[in-house]
Design a protein around this ligand. Structure first.
Ligand SMILES: [Zn+2]
Length: 123
């Protein structure tokens, strides 16, 4: 897994981009998880976040695959002061799972048994 940033100007040709994103993108679930609807959006979200201490853009330093919980966690660090911020994205929602299933075809495995989470409030 590479952590390179997605190039600006996303298109349908980007394999990490879901052209069927909905307005629920980046809304929060009742648990406070951030609704993700594809892979690219998670990196887009990080690009819009800044260190609370010094205002620097954050860099992704690790990804924690929690798909068995219907989650994906990105660990970021401020390149200036080193402060860490973790962002937990929901990937159990119907939009993400439908997109993921379409991408993987026969390789798709649903490895989270719980009900899909839903957006409860917009950012
Ligand atoms: Zn900082």
């Amino acid at each position: 897994m590479a952590f390179k940033r997605q190039p600006a100007g996303k298109s349908d040709a980007d394999p990490g981009f879901n052209p069927s994103r909905t307005p629920d993108l980046f809304a929060l679930t009742s648990e406070g998880y951030i609704i993700a609807q594809d892979i690219a959006c998670q990196y887009e979200y990080i690009e819009s976040q800044f260190c609370a201490d010094c205002g620097c853009p954050l860099h992704v330093i690790a990804q924690i695959n929690r798909s068995y919980q219907g989650l994906n966690e990105l660990v970021t660090a401020c390149p200036n002061c080193g402060r860490n911020y973790n962002f937990i994205f929901d990937v159990s929602n119907d939009v993400y799972q439908h997109w993921w299933a379409q991408r993987l075809g026969d390789l798709y495995v649903k490895n989270y048994d719980g009900p899909p989470r839903r957006a409860v409030r917009r950012r």
